[in-house]
Design a protein around this ligand. Structure first.
Ligand code: NAP
Length: 532
């Protein structure tokens, strides 16, 4: 293990996909780097989210590193969409292959960071009271890493087993034959519900808002990977310049103006039978035009009605209150069919809200439902949560204060008042609206190139101008407002966290467009940044 002297060129926070690649790039460039990771091993989101059925909703051929050409050829995924255990195996393999663990301190949670304008260094304090310093800090803390734990009355009173999908026990949980509740019907909830329904004695799902879901049509990867491998470099390049950071046939025509009714149906049927997140890319106005969006939504509602036998249950499962795509779409593998099972029932929290937990179970409406196990799949304090959970003090106050009315960044990479602090896939970058692997690699490469630029000039400080930051915040908001995305009470908006200011947080202009802007800024001598 490399000695952790405590003073480093760079501290990276987090050993998920972003932190590991950042370590590789900076170590190769000769920097002294220390990675601080709260978990017991590498993996980030894939280390913590071990719930039954956890699986990626981006295809395996796209959701992997592109920087290691030999690895890209050697690694074989088994399924079209990789499961959590397989992804974790992959990340561990990368850590072994590049001998990364020697520069990572595990089981160490960063609690505070303070910038010293005299020494021009960050002091980073961890939960064990230890302090380290670094010229640069890179927060590779993830967009969905701080669980949202709703303040439900009586949470402590429940006498059975209580689990969170975002912190699933490493030894697994025996659910066989038990009376189980799942609260939450986002991606984590849907996957958990589908996986455990055949195993448990009874399953009661507590749903606040129904989700739109498109079938995954998952299965063995077959020849798909072998077909891609010979042309992988060009394939990756296409992803880098695409809208979503992965291959997705983008609809070129508008829904009403330019498409005949028969063609619309054929297009939607084709996409539905292909499966996956590209469904919402069917027509170019789906995220802009209310009527086009409604037509697509109605197509999905019809499919739900076909799948669920009981019309009353089908109606409860049918999303109507927000535009399709405005909350993160789910990709499912037999989710709706689960409700045809005799051991599964649905509680619509719109009609019967949860009032409290008791020793025996959950009180919703007038009924106390009794359970052996309650599983909370209630989501995350997304995008800003991990950054504001730390006490980050820059030149003029804390990051939490600066972001009280919503995040303010330049390119989602840095914030004015916080010199030498970089964010990987920070708010106001494409991040969660893209294949995270494409966006992570782009940001890590961008940050590495920026540090190399400073070093070549004998400089050691970088910070965005307030004006550049203001412009970028306005651009991000303006582009978001062009779409229907702000019309849903989504975690993109911070709406799932009580008291969090509702602001549309990701950059919706597309990965390729964002790359062109980011590359242009760098080529123009880091336009909008002050360096010294
Ligand atoms: P989520 O999408 O935020 O879903 C949380 C669910 O819990 C929602 O149904 C929410 O209802 C409900 N909920 C929250 N607080 C509640 C409360 N107090 N009472 C009752 N219900 C409550 O979180 P997630 O499912 O963990 O997914 C988050 C994101 O992680 C996904 O959107 C996706 O980007 C990523 N993810 C991806 C995969 C994958 O690759 N397949 C898997 C899991 C997660 P409301 O909708 O009414 O707020």
């Amino acid at each position: 293990m490399t000695e952790d002297r405590g003073d480093h060129d760079v501290i990276v926070i987090g050993a998920g996909f972003a932190g590991l690649y950042q370590l590789i790039r900076l170590r190769d460039a000769g920097y002294d780097v220390r990675v601080l990771e709260a978990g017991g091993d590498v993996g980030g989101t894939w280390y913590w989210n071990r719930y039954p059925g956890a699986r990626c909703d981006i295809e395996s051929i796209e959701y992997s590193y592109s920087f290691d050409r030999a690895l890209e050829q050697e690694w074989n995924w088994s399924e079209r969409y990789a499961s959590q255990p397989e992804i974790l195996d992959y990340i561990r393999h990368v850590a072994d292959r590049h001998d990364l663990r020697r520069d990572i301190t595990f089981g160490t949670r960063v609690e505070a960071m303070r910038w010293d304008d005299v020494s021009e260094r960050w002091t980073v304090r961890t939960h064990d009271g230890r302090s380290r310093t670094a010229r640069f800090v890179i927060a590779a803390t993830g967009c969905l890493s701080v669980p949202s734990r709703p303040d439900v009355e009586g949470l402590e009173d429940f006498g059975g087993e209580l689990y969170w999908t975002s912190h699933w026990p490493h030894d697994g949980v025996d659910l066989e034959g038990k009376r189980v509740a799942v609260v939450g019907t986002g991606s984590s909830g849907l996957q958990t519900i589908t996986a455990i329904a055949p195993v448990v004695g009874s399953l009661t799902v507590f749903q606040r808002t129904p989700s739109y879901a498109v079938p995954a049509h998952n299965g063995p990867i077959g020849r798909r990977l072998e077909d891609v491998k010979p042309g992988y470099p060009a394939f990756r390049d296409e992803s880098r310049f695409s809208r979503l950071g992965f291959h997705c046939r983008e609809g070129e025509t508008g829904y009403f103006a330019e498409t005949a009714a028969g063609d619309v149906r054929r297009e939607l049927d084709d996409r539905w039978s292909d499966g996956g997140l590209c469904f919402t890319q069917s027509f170019r106005d789906v995220l802009f035009d209310v009527d086009a969006n409604e037509a697509l939504a109605e197509y999905v509602r019809e499919r739900i009605r076909e799948k669920v036998h009981d019309p009353e249950t089908a109606e409860k499962l049918t999303p109507r209150s927000y535009p399709i795509g405005a909350k993160r779409m789910c990709v499912d593998t037999g989710y709706f069919e689960v409700y045809n099972r005799d051991n599964v029932s649905l509680v619509d929290l719109g009609e019967e809200p949860i009032s409290r937990l008791t020793e025996r179970g959950i009180v919703a409406g007038d009924v106390e439902h009794e359970f052996d196990v309650i599983i909370m799949a209630t989501g995350f304090d997304a995008m800003t949560g991990a950054l504001t959970a730390m006490d980050v003090r820059g030149t003029d106050g804390t990051l939490a204060e600066k972001w009280a009315a919503g995040p303010r960044t330049y390119l989602g990479l840095m914030a004015a008042g916080f010199p030498n602090l970089f964010m990987i896939t920070g708010p106001q970058s494409p991040s969660v609206l893209s294949n995270m692997m494409t966006s992570i690699e782009y940001h890590v490469d961008w940050v590495t190139r920026a540090l190399e630029y400073l070093r070549a000039r004998g400089e050691h400080r970088m910070e965005p101008d307030v004006e550049a930051e203001d412009n970028w915040v306005n651009t991000t908001n303006d582009v978001g407002d062009l779409t229907l995305m702000p019309r849903a009470a989504s975690w993109y908006m911070g709406a799932n966290i009580p008291g969090k200011r509702r602001v549309f947080m990701p950059f919706v202009g597309g990965v390729g467009t964002y790359k062109q802007i980011g590359d242009g800024v760098a080529v123009a001598g880091y336009h909008g940044f002050e360096t010294a």
